[in-house]
Design a protein around this ligand. Structure first.
Ligand code: PLP
Length: 382
């Protein structure tokens, strides 16, 4: 079992940061990699053509290892909106067909579908959770499965819901999407890195992740996996480095029709970014050394007792089987207002996210039992 690793970060000791779902803090090692990357441009004559490829290759390798996928299927992207736009561009959708999403998903995984549905006279089915809190996650999953029908072309979901950590049963959803011939695109931003994700088991058509949360990278870089459906698809942009033979800088204007193999055609322009790439690489190396299952177990161990105490005092938390241990919502008992909690947390420098009458808690390896004790004490003293 892990112990807290606050020493690897530069967090202010007065702060209780329980909001990795907003943005991870910087690992000291990632910060250092970024500084060295920034400094490289002092001497451009020391940056060689091979440098445009070497570390991006390593980033793909590390991400492929993390999600258990072939490296050739990994692409470096800029954001979730960029990755989902690739899915949208290659999805064949027509009148009467539908796309399924969960209610209140992050907008980068909703707007592309609303826009595409409008252009094609198709439907976006937004599946809400049940009104009642009892077995909320289980029933929400059942509703999602029931909504998939022979006209479904795509199910676009997170592995956990970004706002409250509700866990979606991707293996079951994959079985159902296969039955009807629909694609499955996963927004892994709020799970990959802290919750194990195995491409061989889930077999999604696309997995799209922003890099700055649970992957602990910098802002402005993301990683994607594209399955066979996308093998001959259309990229969003016609980027020189994604064309076959781009390593040979002398031949760049001998234009070629072929793309680099696998998912490389989908990579974002200037993906060799000499600051973001070494930072992302260092972060992925650290996460692969930790392993997501250990982060998940650590978060479970860290939060279990505190959540039990809160539940006994009238706070509501989703059944453990239907939420992440790294990301979950706590609903307040009726005597507590969200405004009151917000004000107290601000005064005590406890950082979480607030939504409706719920708070979103997102711990990580830098959190310790004192952080949880402070959270519980603060909530129970109001
Ligand atoms: C589930 C989810 N997806 C995506 C994003 C970020 O999207 P983008 O990379 O398009 O800015 C967030 C940010 O909070 C998120 O929570």
């Amino acid at each position: 079992m892990f112990t807290a690793q606050k020493n690897l970060f530069n967090l202010n000791p007065k702060v209780t940061y329980l909001n990795c779902a907003y943005m991870s803090p910087l690992l000291k090692s990632v910060e250092q990699a970024g500084i060295l990357g920034l400094q490289r441009k002092r001497e451009p004559y020391e940056v060689f053509p091979g440098d445009f490829f070497r570390q991006p290759n390593e980033v793909r390798q590390e991400f492929a290892q993390l999600i258990n996928a072939p490296e050739s299927r990994v692409a470096i992207i800029s954001s979730v909106s960029y990755g989902m736009a690739i899915v949208a561009k290659n999805l064949l959708l027509g009148k009467g067909q539908n796309i399924i999403v969960a209610a209140e998903q992050f907008p980068s995984n909703v707007y592309p579908w609303l826009s595409l549905a409008q252009e094609t006279d198709a439907e976006v089915r937004i599946i809400s959770p049940p009104d009642s809190l009892e077995h909320r996650g289980k029933i929400w999953n059942e509703k999602l499965l029931t909504a998939i029908d022979k006209n479904t072309r795509l199910v676009a979901l997170g592995n956990v819901h970004w706002a409250d950590g509700t866990w979606f049963d991707l293996p079951q959803i994959r079985i159902r999407t296969r039955e009807v011939g629909a694609l499955l695109a996963i927004d892994g931003t709020q799970s990959v890195g802290a919750l194990p994700f195995d491409v061989q088991k889930i077999q999604p058509d696309a997995l799209i992740c922003a890099g700055y949360k649970w992957l602990m990278g910098p802002y402005g870089i993301g990683l994607a996996y594209f399955g066979e459906f996308f093998d001959n698809g259309k990229p969003l942009e016609e980027n020189w480095i994604n064309r076959l033979g781009s390593e040979n800088f002398k031949e760049l204007v001998n234009y070629v029709a072929e793309y680099e193999p696998g998912a490389l055609r989908y990579e974002v322009g200037e993906r060799s970014n000499f600051i973001n790439i070494p930072m992302m690489l260092t972060a992925l190396q650290q996460i692969n050394a930790w392993k997501p299952q250990n982060i998940q177990s650590y978060c479970r161990y860290l939060t279990q007792e505190s959540l039990q105490i809160l539940q006994n005092r009238g706070f509501w938390v989703e059944d453990e089987a239907y939420r992440g241990a790294h990301l979950f919502g706590i609903r307040l008992p009726s005597h507590l207002s969200i405004e009151k909690v917000q004000a107290k947390f601000q005064a005590q420098q406890i950082y979480v996210s607030f939504r409706g009458n719920a708070i979103r808690i997102a711990p990580h390896i830098y959190n310790d039992s004192q952080d949880m004790a402070k959270l519980v004490e603060s909530l129970l003293s109001m």
